[in-house]
Design a protein around this ligand. Structure first.
Ligand code: Z5A
Length: 212
């Protein structure tokens, strides 16, 4: 793979959407060809799966069905969009990826992480993001920002304790691999958050350049 794979993660309302716009502008400035996408979603089929996952409904989605739907969409997204783009030399910037599965379905729902690892291997082989930015914020602040913006989706109807577990799941994952993960304090002003994102992107870019 020639392109770089960057993912953005965090609990509700951390500002992923807002800051992906900022990252896109920064990549344009660097003359780096990229594609921005999201999960669940990213292809017509995977966007249909997203609708199934996010739309509140009367039928409870079982934890196993939720996990499998996440990976079904991901398999399609990888096959149709992510892998071909990376192979063509583009950078891929993805709003959420498998770290969200470990955080929401693993830490949040309590599903066994070895099961997630198994599906990760099945669907992705050895492919992992090169850089993951985790926007971190106290859960109450994020939920307030999200609720001021739009009506709650199926996940946003969960209790605060669920999101506390999700947040802790992300922080535990980040602690295991500081090379790949940059944790950004997203409770700062937008300028402060973007200053830190830019610093993390610059550090990453420097590591991708072959020394002369
Ligand atoms: N999910 C899962 O369970 N397992 C998986 O494997 C995957 C996903 C891939 C869809 O995600 C759901 O799928 C998600 C987890 C689950 N749960 N939910 N819900 P999503 O990414 O589409 O939805 P989201 O997490 O809810 O994202 P969001 O609510 O759209 O939030 P955001 O993109 O992080 O935030 P935002 O829209 O950029 O900002 C929210 C508001 O805050 C907005 O009004 C901004 O103007 C404001 N904002 C942003 N930054 C700041 C700062 N710094 N200060 C003040 N105000 C700010």
């Amino acid at each position: 793979m020639h392109g770089k794979f960057i993912t953005i993660e965090g609990t509700e309302g951390v500002g992923k959407t807002t800051n992906i716009d900022f990252i896109q502008a920064w990549l344009l400035e660097q003359n780096i060809e990229f594609l921005a996408t999201r999960e669940p979603g990213g292809t017509p089929l995977a966007e249909q799966i997203r609708q199934l996952l996010l739309t509140p409904g009367d039928e409870k989605i079982s934890d196993a069905a939720e996990l499998l739907l996440m990976f079904a969409g991901r398999a399609q997204h990888l096959d149709q969009v992510i892998v071909p783009s990376l192979e063509a030399g583009k950078w891929v910037v993805c709003d959420r990826f498998t770290d969200a599965t470990y955080a929401y379905q693993g830490a949040g729902r309590g599903m066994d992480s070895s099961l997630i690892e198994h599906l990760e291997h099945l669907v992705q082989g050895e492919l992992r993001p090169d850089l993951t930015l985790i926007l971190d914020i106290p859960v109450e602040i994020g939920l307030k920002r999200a609720s001021d913006r739009s009506a709650p989706d199926r996940f946003e109807q969960e209790q605060v304790e669920f999101f506390e577990r999700v947040r802790q799941g992300y922080l535990n994952t980040a602690g295991k691999d500081p090379q790949r993960y940059a944790v950004i304090d997203a409770s700062q002003s937008l300028d402060g958050v973007q200053f830190d994102i830019k610093a993390a992107m610059e550090t990453f870019l420097a590591t991708t350049k072959v020394p002369v």
